[in-house]
Structure formats: C-alpha cells, structure tokens
Design a protein around this ligand. Structure first.
Ligand SMILES: C[S@@+](CC[C@H](N)C(=O)[O-])C[C@H]1O[C@@H](n2cnc3c(N)ncnc32)[C@H](O)[C@@H]1O
Length: 478
C-alpha cells in the first residue's frame, strides 16, 4: 500500500479534530429503500428479533426489515455521537451485498472517513487485559491478537448499551459463514487442496482457542457459535498497522524519537520541522488484515467502524492511517468516486484462498490469485505455483529445470514439462470450468456454500487455464 500524506496540515501545537473541515455529522445513513434480504448480513439484534436460524434472513419479512432499519438508525446515531465523520458516504445495498456508496463526489487522496480512536476496538501489543473480570488476564496475555480482539467483542457485546461501542456491535453481521464452519463434504467441493488443508487447520486451531477461552472466561456462557461470531467478524474486518506506543510514557518516548528523527531529517533536507514530522507520521499506515506474513513485527489492530463497512476491490489503492497527534484513523483512496457509485477499499494483495477463508467471497479476475499444486517433473515431486497471469514462478521454473537436468535443458523442454503438469492438474478436477459456469447460470438452485465453492473453484481453474494457454502459445501450439 502506498503512503498518503494524510497529515499534511497537522500542527504540533493546538490540534484541530477535523482537519480544518467543519465537523459534519456522520452521514453513514441507510439507503432510501429498506435493506434487501441477505442470507449472511443480518445483525445480532435483528437475528434476535426475527427468531430464524443464525445467519439467515429467513424470508426477509417486513418485521425483519424494520428491525434492520432500526439497528441502522441506532448505528448512525451512535457513530455521530462517537465523533465519526463521513459526510460523503452512506451505507447501501448492492444486490444482496451491504456496502457503502458515495453521496457526493470523492476526489483521489481526499480523506472521507475519520474515526476517533476511542470509537474503534483496538488491540495493542503488550497491553494489559482491559476486561479482567470477564476473562482470565493470563489467558488474554498469551492469546494471539485475533483471539484478544474476539474477547473484546464478546465483552463489549455482553455490556449492551453500557459499552462505548454498542452501536457498532449491534450492526455487525450475525454470521459470515466462512468455510471454517463448512463440513468436510462441503470443503471437498472447493476442489483445491491448499485451501482445503488451510481451512482444516484453521478449524482445529479455532476449536483449540475456543477450549482455552471457555476455561478462561469468568462471566456468562459463550457457545462456540458466539466465539465464531466474534472471530469471523474480527478476521474479516480488522485493520493492522505498525505500533507507535500507547501509554503516556510510550507516547512521550515515541514523540521524542519522532521529534529527534524529524529534526535530523529537517536539518538534512532543509525542511520545516512540521513538514518533516508529517512525512514520518504518515508511515503509520493500516492495512486491513494484510498481516499474515508481517505478523512478526510489532503491530496493533483495530476494528474501525464505518471504514469496515466498505467492500473490497483489488483494483483500488486505499490508505487507512492512524494520525498520531489527532488520535484518529482516517481513510482515503487513490480512486475518485461519483455520487451514487459504490466505494471500495483494498484489503491488501490477497489471493482468493485467503479471501474465501477469512472473508467468505471470491474476487473474479483477482490479480493476486495463485494456483499451487504438486506435480512430478523429471521423476521428482515438486510444488508448482502459477500467478494470476498464468506464469509459473521463477522458483518453480528453476526447480523444474534442475529436475530435468539443469542448465543444459532447452526452454521448450521445460515449457512442455510444465504444460503437461498443468494439463494433468486441470484434467484431474471432478468438474470442468464449463460445468462450473453452467452451475453458476442457475445460482438459485445451489445452496449458498455450494455456490461459494463453485465460484472459487472456477476462478482457480481459470488461473490454470491461463498457464496452459500461455505455455501452449510459447510452444507455438495454437
Ligand atoms: C469489512 S466487511 C465489508 C462490509 C460488509 N459487506 C458488511 O455488510 O458489513 C467485509 C465483508 O464484506 C463482504 N465483501 C467485501 N468485499 C466483497 C466483495 N468484493 N464481494 C463480495 N463480498 C464482499 C464479505 O462478506 C466480507 O467478509
């Protein structure tokens, strides 16, 4: 994610709370029509009132729609009181999918959502357990960040309207139905071993985390379903960013370091100190859940209301930044939006495997997708990986070349071996891409999980087909 200079007008003395813009009320308002029935998007409050199965809107009855509207109204009221500013964006449905639409023109790099840190749910490294009456503090200390945040969500939910984030909690989806809930038979429908294996591991790991949580919780009864509700919301909505220090002492230390670094940089570059500091502060960019590979660095995590209502597109470059001196998160994108258009952000460069696993959707033509499979080349078993454009990675080409005999191997011999491996992989699938396309022409005839699996496996097959097409072209076979 590229850095945006969100703090370009930040001053070190008195710090305005609104970037000099008038403090407009939060306009994260409901769309003019009632929410469309959505099998996955129901809030816990609406679920409680509607009384049908978890995660289901049932028949989309008018009482359910009215309940949804009430929850949304509460959310807007809460967001305004919490100081969230988003006058140019409102919640809306796009088909069955809830998202956000532009109310007004949004320019590239314009900050269009501001969320005070106090309105967010935050997990910082080495922070003491904020709810020792709810859960054993020693358990909290040792838990991974996403379990900590799930515990915070369950704790805040248990506090009802006494929670400072009640309006946010109320409107969270009651179930996202990520594949961690799927049966073995449903997972097999994905037809892609790396994803199936990852999800199986996740199923075991989350169960283990739940067992530990159950032993550590001190208040109330929390089913595995409750725990899943919290974990799924955390994993599909949280942002992460480099940690900057939270306590007064830590803040003072970080500020001292920034001042020193800014001073040195300013002297070196002959810049005003303030400008140099802004450059340094803008490093504090948050990425939505793009932390898996970077998790060893010191990071903190945030659930940012309103920002997390925006859907993902890999084509968009977006920045969520924490403004250190204003103690708030701000959002901008590199794209322009016209009034009425759906607003998107990027959740990071994620393959369809991780989008399905943690967010429950597949992005068509995802430029970050990959296809990984095992093949035998030159009598040796090896892992081959193809990128979204259909190119085999340099590493697997080198491994394949070595297995075939090393540097003396002709390029065409290597290409032929890789082509044959990809063709054999595609032929091993229980359904063809054409079969999957046919199934998707009548999506209403499929259960939601089957539809999600077919969408996923079709995209995977398309990556493999691109690799085959590319290799064949290079070999002059078409
Ligand atoms: C951060 S939330 C975005 C807001 C969410 N749609 C809502 O109603 O609250 C992430 C979730 O939105 C949905 N989502 C986001 N981008 C999507 C996309 N491009 N296609 C389909 N679903 C998407 C997925 O269910 C994902 O788990």
């Amino acid at each position: 994610m590229a850095l945006a200079s969100a703090c370009s007008s930040a001053a070190l003395c008195a710090i305005p709370q609104t970037h000099g813009r008038p403090k407009a009320p939060c306009s994260f308002a409901p769309s003019s029509r009632p929410p469309a029935p959505d099998r996955r998007r129901r809030s816990p409050a609406a679920a409680a009132a509607g009384g049908s199965s978890a995660g289901g809107f049932g028949g989309g009855s008018s009482s359910t729609a009215a309940q949804e509207a009430a929850v949304t109204k509460d959310y807007i009221k809460w967001a305004g009181e919490a100081g969230i500013i988003s006058p140019k964006m409102q919640q809306a449905y796009f088909g069955e999918l809830r998202g956000a639409k532009a109310l007004d023109a949004i320019a590239p790099d314009e900050i269009f959502v501001t969320v005070p840190r106090a309105a967010a749910v935050v997990v910082a490294p080495n922070e003491r357990c904020p709810c020792p009456d709810f859960v054993d503090a020693a358990f909290y200390k040792e838990a991974p960040w996403f379990v900590k945040m799930a515990v915070l969500l369950l704790w805040e939910r248990s506090r009802g309207r006494a929670s400072p984030v009640w309006g946010y909690i109320e409107q969270l989806p009651s179930s996202i139905d990520t594949p961690v809930r799927w049966s073995e038979a449903e997972l097999v429908e994905l037809q892609y071993a790396p994803a199936i294996n990852e999800i199986r591991q996740q199923q075991a790991a989350w169960r283990q985390q739940y067992d530990k949580f159950s032993a550590a919780v001190k208040q109330g009864k929390h089913s595995y379903e409750d725990f899943l509700w919290a974990l799924e919301n955390v994993r599909s909505r949280a942002f992460s960013g480099p940690y900057t220090g939270s306590s007064v002492v830590e803040k003072a230390r970080t500020l001292g370091l920034l001042l020193a670094a800014g001073g040195a940089y300013a002297a070196w570059q002959q810049l005003p100190l303030e400008q140099a500091l802004n450059g340094l502060i803008s490093v504090l960019v948050f990425n939505i859940m793009y932390d898996l590979l970077l998790s060893k660095k010191l990071k903190w995590y945030a659930l940012c209301p309103v920002v997390d209502a925006i859907n993902h597109s890999s084509l968009v470059e977006s920045n969520v930044e924490y403004e250190y001196f204003r103690d708030q998160f701000v959002l901008s994108t590199k794209s322009a939006y016209k009034p009425g258009e759906q607003v998107f952000i990027s959740y990071g460069a994620q393959s369809n495997g991780s989008l399905l696993q943690y967010y429950a959707f597949t992005e068509p033509n995802n430029p970050n997708d990959v296809y990984a499979f095992e093949a035998a080349i030159g009598g040796q078993k090896m892992q081959l990986t193809v990128n979204a454009k259909g190119s085999f990675t340099a590493e697997c080409q080198a491994a394949a070349r070595a297995a075939l005999g090393g540097s003396s191997v002709q390029d065409d011999q290597l290409r032929t071996a890789l082509l044959q491996a990809a063709e054999a992989e595609l032929a091993s699938k229980p359904t063809s891409a054409a079969d999957d396309e046919r199934l998707l022409q009548t999506p209403h005839l499929m259960a939601p999980r089957q539809r999600a699996a077919v969408e996923f496996r079709l995209e995977k097959k398309r990556v493999l087909e691109r690799a085959i097409g590319r290799s064949r072209k290079r070999l002059g076979k078409q």
